[in-house]
Ligand binder design. Structure first.
Ligand code: GDP
Length: 292
């Protein structure tokens, strides 16, 4: 897929060269370095290479091409920390999007709305980031672009009230999925916790037993900083999946492994551009092949 070209070109090429001969001692060091450069995290890179060494020995592998397949298997396993598919089967079901401003929440909601609509689902957006009027305006543009309904209120409105409104409208209109944009105010953890707690209570009261996803949106280009951010959010919200955006602008695919491992939550989608079609469901095996 075109979107991962940069990751593939920058990193894939270095692995291509590395894996062109036999499995030598030098190769392990170079692999470790390449993995660290990919933002996988030093310790994790070391462990993966250690595991590779162990498997190569156990399987008596000499050819580097086979070693490569072995490393791919190891990295793929690290990414398989849960089901990457969205579970939004009840009607209406709800997907909450959280993450700091600028990571690509609104864009992701727009892309996903178009995708779900394309699958024949009735989709609604709820602008529960009432902190900035611009956020709802931006979401409105995406709702028009993807041709789905939007529920919004005035700036400063109670986010939980927006969600309540959206639920009522969704029930009346037979909506399948509600995509909720929330404010990314991480600088005030207590505030965020209160806000998400209130939204949660509304959902439990109004839609008991409904499927719900809480998707943390992270910008791949922020590397290890994004990881710190991710941990802070996961402390506050029960995250069910990750959306990693801007992978088209990053050659550091290893960050995906770091995040999945650190949070123990599957990456469900990756963003590979600014266009409406630039959201890919995450496939660990394919991803690793583009990357190593
Ligand atoms: P929000 O503040 O989290 O809602 O972020 P936005 O959705 O407004 O996105 C911020 C910027 O990132 C916008 O310019 C988007 O076009 C851009 N963006 C979002 N996702 C991607 C992506 O996957 N790739 C690239 N290259 N840009 C993206």
């Amino acid at each position: 897929k075109a979107g991962l070209t940069r990751t593939k070109e920058n990193i894939g090429r270095s692995f291509e060269t590395l894996f062109s001969g036999e499995m030598t001692e030098d190769l392990y060091d170079e692999l470790e370095e390449a993995l660290i450069l990919s933002d996988m995290g030093a310790e994790r890179a070391m462990e993966a290479v250690e595991e590779l060494r162990r498997r190569v020995k156990a399987e008596k592998i000499r050819d580097a091409g086979e070693g490569r397949a072995c490393l791919r298997a190891i990295l793929t396993e690290l990414l398989q920390v849960g089901d990457p598919a969205l579970k939004l089967d009840t009607r209406p079901s709800v997907a909450l999007f959280i993450g700091v401003n600028g990571v690509g929440k609104t864009t992701t909601i727009g892309k996903l709305a178009a995708q779900l609509k394309g699958e024949g689902k009735r989709v609604m957006m709820a602008a529960a980031d009432t902190f900035r009027a611009a956020a709802a305006d931006q979401l409105e543009i995406w709702s028009e672009r993807s041709g789905v309904d939007l529920v919004r209120q005035h700036e400063g409105a109670d986010p939980a009230a927006v969600v309540f409104d959206a639920l009522s409208a969704a029930k009346a209109r037979n909506t399948d999925v509600i995509l909720v944009d929330t404010a990314g105010r991480l600088h005030n953890k207590q505030n965020l916790m209160n806000e998400l707690g209130k939204i949660s209570r509304i959902l439990e009261r109004e839609l008991p037993g409904a499927d719900r996803e809480t998707l943390l949106v992270l910008d791949a280009t922020t590397g290890q900083n994004g990881l710190i951010q991710a941990k802070q959010f996961s402390d506050v919200a029960g995250i069910t999946g990750i959306v990693l955006t801007k992978l088209d602008g990053s050659a550091k695919g290893g960050i995906v492994i770091a995040i999945a491992q650190e949070l123990g939550v599957p990456v469900k989608f990756v963003g590979v551009g600014e266009g409406i079609d630039d959201l890919m469901p995450f496939d660990a095996e394919r991803f690793v092949q583009a990357f190593v």
